[in-house]
Design a protein around this ligand. Structure first.
Ligand code: ASP
Length: 355
């Protein structure tokens, strides 16, 4: 009798555990991995530090999203927990390799990456040029921390997981999905320092919009040439031209080991005569120079032929950076330089082919 009772109790416990597991992992739902890296979405204001500091784990973030378990089975990977102002291309390189490893599992539908918004557009662009997988990868963050009124993080996470699971969101590569709008990694910019509607793609437009679990598709994503992540990322500086600038920062950069320079020009891509002389110094030392603009929309073009005009610069061997932001052009040049193996002509060709 005693044995029967113990046997019955063990059987009931086993049933309870199995039903509990079955409840947790619903094998009808897609599997989505959330990789957390920090940022406001995971920060809390502390009296001691007097401002927002990294505080929440990946599990804290997921637990704060009601209804998520009805959309997908979530696995969490705590990659790092830093403000994205501290991010580096090397960290993004490791993040890209980590995401690819996770995405190589056939049971994983896609990945959501929670990240600070300050450098999110650059991190998304880095992964969009290096990921081998073509499964969906969605960057999300928050403009208001978990402790603030109307925190936007939970809704952004729910939308991102929904997007990864949606068949209407195919072939978008890496996106930045914030405040219901879906932005391509290539064109997205942060345009307002504190507003939740801060990300947009300028005149290129959003890829789509998500509400109540449904996606409205506007555009296909721009095609992106992919690169292997180099063993060692080259040193590429970003230097702005401004009224009266004398080009000394360019000479300093060249003389202190930079492998490439991205110029932030004015207008459609122009610099002053002193800066033009310094650019010629850089080119003479076989340091590639890419020209971008401080202007929000539009491409740099070879229009002006005075000392430092876009046409003069192109003729001198400067690479026109299209409508890429200076900071995305920097990440692209960091990929192109090792691929071109020091051949300046190849740097120009590959860069142009990757815009
Ligand atoms: N400083 C924060 C970050 O980039 C801003 C945010 O996440 O909204 O990590």
């Amino acid at each position: 009798m005693r044995r029967l009772f113990i046997g019955f109790m063990l059987f009931s416990v086993a049933c309870f555990l199995f039903s509990g597991l079955a409840f947790c992992e619903d094998n009808k739902l897609p599997n989505v991995t959330v990789i957390t890296t920090g940022g406001t979405i995971a920060e809390k204001v502390s009296a001691k530090s007097g401002g927002a500091v990294p505080a929440l784990s990946g599990k804290d973030l997921i637990d704060a999203v009601p209804g998520l378990s009805k959309v997908a089975n979530i696995d969490v990977v705590n990659f790092c927990n830093i403000d994205s102002s501290q991010m580096t291309p090397e960290i993004w390189a490791n993040l890209s390799k980590t995401a690819d490893k996770i995405l190589s599992d056939p049971s994983v539908k896609g990945v959501v990456i929670t990240h600070g918004t300050d450098t999110m557009v650059d991190g998304a662009y880095f992964l969009n040029t290096t990921l081998k997988s073509d499964k969906p990868v969605v960057f999300v963050g928050a403009m208001r921390s978990a402790a603030e009124l109307s925190a936007d993080g939970p809704d952004n996470i729910l939308n991102a997981v929904t997007q990864v699971c949606s068949d209407n969101a195919k072939d978008w590569g890496v996106t930045v999905t914030m405040n219901q709008y879906i932005n391509s990694a290539r064109n997205v910019r942060k345009t307002q320092t504190t507003n939740v509607q801060t990300f947009n793609c300028g005149e290129e437009g959003y890829l789509g919009y998500i509400a109540m679990g449904k996606i409205k598709r506007f555009n296909d994503a721009p095609k992106q040439r992919k690169f292997d992540i180099p063993e060692k990322l080259p040193k590429v500086d970003v230097i702005a031209d401004f009224a009266g600038s004398d080009g000394s920062l360019i000479r300093y950069s060249v003389d202190n080991g930079s492998d490439g320079i991205v110029m932030i020009g004015v207008g459609a891509g122009n610099v002053n005569a002193e800066v033009y002389k310094a650019i010629q110094y850089a080119l003479g030392k076989n340091v590639p120079v890419v020209l971008t603009s401080r202007v929000f929309n539009g491409r740099v073009l070879p229009i002006y032929a005075d000392q430092g005009g876009g046409a003069t610069l192109q003729k001198a061997g400067v690479i026109l950076g299209g409508d890429l932001t200076p900071f995305k052009a920097r990440l692209l040049l960091m990929m192109v330089i090792p691929e071109a193996k020091g051949d300046m002509k190849k740097v120009r060709e590959i860069f142009k082919d990757s815009l």
